[in-house]
Design a binder for this molecule. Structure first.
Ligand SMILES: NC(=O)c1ccc[n+]([C@@H]2O[C@H](COP(=O)([O-])OP(=O)(O)OC[C@H]3O[C@@H](n4cnc5c(N)ncnc54)[C@H](OP(=O)(O)O)[C@@H]3O)[C@@H](O)[C@H]2O)c1
Length: 342
């Protein structure tokens, strides 16, 4: 691959939505055990919005201008000295962690240096647009089902199940024999979520919805309640979900689509012993040896191909138009994942 002297990079000059700049920057060189990757596509995730706002704990730029972007797919452009021979130039790869991204040197640019040991080859029959979604959404699906350890045949509640991650969770649950109760905020999404693999679907936005759901879940589970829940909405959502969760069950709050706070009732904790827990991909993956991290991503890529972790449909935009793409990211009812190509 011909490597130019400079590249296109989308920089931010400060936190906030109005501080983007498209710049030409030098292409870096890979050091010992490192690989230069030509990034081709990157998905936009809710975590990118938190990065832009400066509130994502996984993004602490050393200074400005900085480059955002925590995930992406690319091609090996150049192997640095001391690489093992596991990868070849031209090979398509994803990373278990684009480590420089956390410091403000992320995937919203054309070339990025990665540690060779962090890179995983992409199978030939998986598109760049699918492969670029292999880290941030699928890994928590696997991790949270491991944490909940629901026995086969039990129900798990997934809130905002129409999200890209939620849809993967619905399919993955089927794969491991767990039943799902999906919730959403729009009635028109109910039939769509049944088609996406949910066993039961509820609109859940009010106390009345919460009571109706708890009554039906009680019927479905012989009075026991759902084994546990995964919530990405926060705010009042865990409180609305809790009456449907079994005594002693857990609600994993892994996102904050509504607000950063969580409303809770001591009765759920004290008398029903329902636990609120968190899940964050970064420490969960990092706690494992690097070989296990690579195996996890290889497994995800395979499960994506098999439709067990279906990649979201994509809306491809030019890299340079990231500011407009970020505005569209917040639209209610957006169906496709925005990916940036360039
Ligand atoms: N903890 C972790 O390690 C981790 C890792 C990855 C992702 N996440 C979290 O997972 C969540 C999903 O990510 P994604 O990329 O799959 O998202 P996505 O595809 O952009 O979907 C967002 C979903 O959230 C729904 N939503 C937005 N605001 C809502 C609200 N106030 N009340 C109810 N529903 C609301 C949307 O519903 P409509 O269709 O009605 O608009 C949509 O279905 C995010 O919260 C993200 O931060 C966490």
């Amino acid at each position: 691959m011909e490597i130019p002297a400079t590249q296109t990079a989308v920089q931010v000059t400060a936190f906030g939505f109005d501080n983007f700049k498209v710049a030409q920057t030098p292409v870096p060189s890979p050091g010992n055990g490192e690989v230069l990757v030509r990034i081709s596509v990157r998905p936009l995730n809710p975590s990118d919005v938190f990065c832009v706002l400066g509130v994502y704990p996984g993004y602490k730029p050393k200074g400005f201008p900085a480059v955002l972007g925590l995930e992406g797919t690319g091609q090996v452009a150049k192997l640095g000295p001391g690489c093992s021979g596991r990868l070849a130039e031209g090979q398509r790869v994803v990373a278990v962690n684009w480590r420089q991204a956390a410091e403000g040197n992320g995937t919203w640019q054309q070339f990025l240096v990665a540690r060779e040991e962090d890179l995983v080859p992409v199978p030939d029959d998986l598109s760049d647009e699918a492969a670029c979604q292999a880290l941030i959404n699928p890994v928590p699906v696997i991790g949270m089902f491991q944490d909940l350890a629901a026995p086969q045949g039990e129900y798990v509640i997934i809130t905002a199940a129409g999200s890209a991650l939620g849809r993967m969770a619905l399919r993955y649950a089927r794969h491991i024999g767990v039943k799902t109760i999906a919730t959403c905020r729009r009635a028109e999404q109910v039939s769509e979520l049944k088609e996406a693999g949910a066993d039961e679907v509820f609109v859940l936005t009010s106390d009345a919805d919460s009571e109706a759901m708890a009554a039906r879940v009680s019927e479905l589970t012989g009075g026991k309640g759902a084994w546990g829940a995964m919530d990405s909405v926060a705010g009042r959502s865990p409180l609305l979900v809790a009456p449907s969760v079994r005594q002693g069950g857990s609600i994993i709050v892994y996102g904050a689509m509504s607000e950063p706070g969580v409303e809770w009732h001591v009765g759920q904790a004290l008398f029903r012993m329902v636990a609120l827990k968190g899940f964050w991909l970064v420490p969960w993956l990092d706690a494992q040896p690097i070989e296990a991290q690579r195996e996890m991503i290889s497994k995800v890529l395979q499960l994506m191909k098999e439709g067990v972790l279906p990649p979201a449909k994509v809306d491809v935009r030019p890299l340079e138009e990231v500011a407009a793409a970020l505005r569209d990211q917040g639209q209610v009812g957006r169906t496709d994942k925005i990916v940036l190509r360039g």
